[in-house]
Design a protein around this ligand. Sequence first.
Ligand code: SF4
Length: 330
Amino acid sequence: MQNPLLKIENLHVTYTTDESCVYAVNGLDLELFAGETLGLVGETGAGKTTTALSIMQLLPEKIGKVTEGSILLDGVDVLAATDADMRLLRGSTVSMIFQDPMTSLNPTIPVGDQIGEVLLLHKKRISHAELNQGVENILELVGIPAGRKGDYPHQFSGGMKQRIVIAIALACEPKLLLADEPTTALDVTIQAQVLDMMSSLKEKLNTSMLLITHDLGVVAQTCDKVAIMYAGEIIEHGTAEDIFNGTQRHPYTDGLFGSIPDLTVRTRRLSPIEGLMPDPTALPEGCKFHDRCPHCMEICRKEAPPKTRMGSHLIRCHLVSQQNNGGVAR
Ligand code: SF4
């Protein structure tokens, strides 16, 4: 069987300051195979970006720390890699698209030079002509005329800036692309164009993608697999078919779907999930969603829910466990 390109096991990440310790990621397991797109979904503070930063080894120095677990990327033990190893890995094996294109680009350098910098860093023996050609090819690939390589970021619209950020991330054809809310700062029509472009580039270059989003519409449009994150844990995982059309769902996922307007149903109000995510410096016992869950039982307050697997579909919930085991929680 094919080995996963990315394998994360039991990842724990904390942010520690003099005053407190934030438990951002708490025992996360994840696998991603070559060519796959996995949607990592959850609300702000669920630990999605922290997971991506851990893969890139870009957690804030001194504060952010992986306290437990392992990350294997294309056979390399990321957590044991040196700074020099990581500099080689970033760009050629793994790249990240950050959320806001306005702050990802240097406003004082022409965009062509910013793309060229990545090529120069990873292709040491590249000639001037090859570098020029490489920059022009990448710009054309993301739908920007090569003649604009001398323009500065402020001369581009928001959608075009995001295309340039994607071009920089794809410059060395990485095996894995971490896309952190890549279209959140864009309006809906530009968002659709950028997502289409990312999907076709992914096909063309056979890149795997970890797409971080809170938008289930984006997931439906783009992803093969979906992982739902809550308070630093993956509480549901499966194929897009399992999550969108499966017969069982985690109550939190159900709440996410309940928060989306359905144009086929006449309703006066949406049903948002009541309450807030627990304080990450003092996570509750048992199921971390229990304070907000309409199905909360006694056991949910005391014991961490078990994982119930139904083929490719995995759910962490006492209720689902009981329903699948004749009323006995595993
Ligand atoms: Fe709700 Fe209990 Fe399931 Fe948590 S384990 S989601 S509290 S039913």
